[in-house]
Ligand binder design. Structure first.
Ligand code: SAM
Length: 350
């Protein structure tokens, strides 16, 4: 009996006893900090635009296009003499990015530093440059994902997703990858039924499958009215491997969500991508979009991590630019804002 209890505890190491705890695991930060109204403005800046109808492209300018390609993409294009298809580029991206989420970061930091010291005595400039690049990338990943928690950013995401008028929502996650944000929503709006869609099968079999069972999501307990801690296996999730363009759902979802999708399409495709969010949405449902921010730190990140991140077309935007794409394509903006590294818009179809 006692060993059974111990296993259960190890599987789900955090509970309501750990509210307000934050601490580092080898691969990620655990963040169970709640926030007061006063603290809220520290990690989210909301509703900087009061009238979207008065904004024009002349006012907001154009997004910034990330130009540095990954080495793998360049090599592929040289070898095959043609450009990489969009689907293949996502397959490369998902494999490259996933490797970083499963790293034991402190161990790898030490290994890369040792390798750099060793490279110095080789007096081989190419080897030294490569080893230094490895040190820079693992240090940057440690800072961006583990210390700052900028990629998952649970407090920021919760602030963006707060206040939706939904009960036991059906949630559709378009281009779901590992599925983080739909799980955060499911913790906040319990009883949710989540459908994740990604046309790269690796996202279902590996990125989502290997998402840590022990990662705690802070949410709501409708029975007690209190804050509660949830884990991946507490959620009702169906993972569909298909192209978004093949889906044949009706207007049956309370929330349709994408994270880091819109910015991968040049302007001529953006109306279609925005429309994907409307197609399966109930009349009163919420479309939620997030995209990476155009800020100095992010431009540096995509340059240093080019080999990991840049297999596909990518833009960085301001929240005004993202909101204008969404507004112009038939949505009213309910709330908008930016968190550490992403912009977020919650919208309703007009
Ligand atoms: C940039 S990722 C989303 C960001 C994500 N949070 C991450 O950590 O990688 C976009 C995802 O959308 C998927 N995707 C792109 N176009 C798609 C389409 N037409 N149908 C289905 N999935 C698509 C890609 O396979 C990829 O996994």
């Amino acid at each position: 009996m006692s060993s059974l209890l111990k296993v259960a505890h190890e599987d789900k190491p955090y509970s309501e006893e750990h509210l307000d705890f934050t601490g580092l695991q080898p691969s990620f930060r655990v963040d169970l900090r709640r926030f007061s109204e006063q603290e809220y403005n520290k990690f989210v800046t909301m509703n900087t635009v009061s009238d979207w109808s008065s904004l024009s492209w002349k006012d907001v300018g154009r997004p910034y296009e990330v130009k540095a390609n990954s080495k793998d993409r360049d090599q592929y294009e040289q070898e095959f003499g043609k450009s990489m298809s969009v689907h293949t580029s996502w397959q490369y991206f998902n494999r490259a990015f996933h490797e970083w989420f499963v790293k034991d970061v402190p161990t790898e930091q030490q290994e890369k530093k040792d390798a750099f010291k060793k490279s110095l005595v080789s007096f081989n400039p190419k080897a030294i440059k490569a080893a230094l690049g490895d040190v820079a990338r693992i240090q940057l990943w440690n800072y961006a994902h583990r210390i700052e928690d900028g990629v998952w950013d649970p407090r920021g995401k919760r602030a963006l997703f707060e206040g939706l008028d939904v009960k036991k929502p059906r949630i559709l996650f378009l281009g779901a990858a590992e599925g983080y944000e739909a799980m955060q929503l499911a913790a906040m709006y319990p009883g949710a039924e989540v459908v994740m869609v990604d046309y790269d099968e690796y996202c279902k079999t590996t990125r989502f499958q290997e998402f840590p069972e022990t990662y705690p999501f802070l949410g709501h307990n409708p029975n007690t009215g209190q804050t509660s801690v949830y884990y991946k296996d507490d959620f009702n999730i169906e993972y569909v491997v298909d192209d978004i363009r093949n889906l044949d759902y009706g207007k049956e979802f309370d929330i349709v969500l994408s994270v880091g999708l819109l910015e991968h399409f040049p302007d001529e495709y953006k109306p279609e991508v925005v429309d994907w969010h409307r197609k399966f949405l109930k009349t009163d449902g919420y479309a939620i979009f997030t995209t990476p921010r155009n800020q100095f730190k992010s431009r540096m990140y995509y340059r240093i991590m080019a080999d990991v991140m840049n297999h596909t077309y990518r833009e960085l935007m301001t929240v005004e630019q993202m909101g204008l794409y969404i507004y112009e394509n038939g949505f009213d903006i309910v709330q908008s804002g930016f968190i550490k590294v992403h912009n977020g818009v919650v919208a309703k179809a007009r």
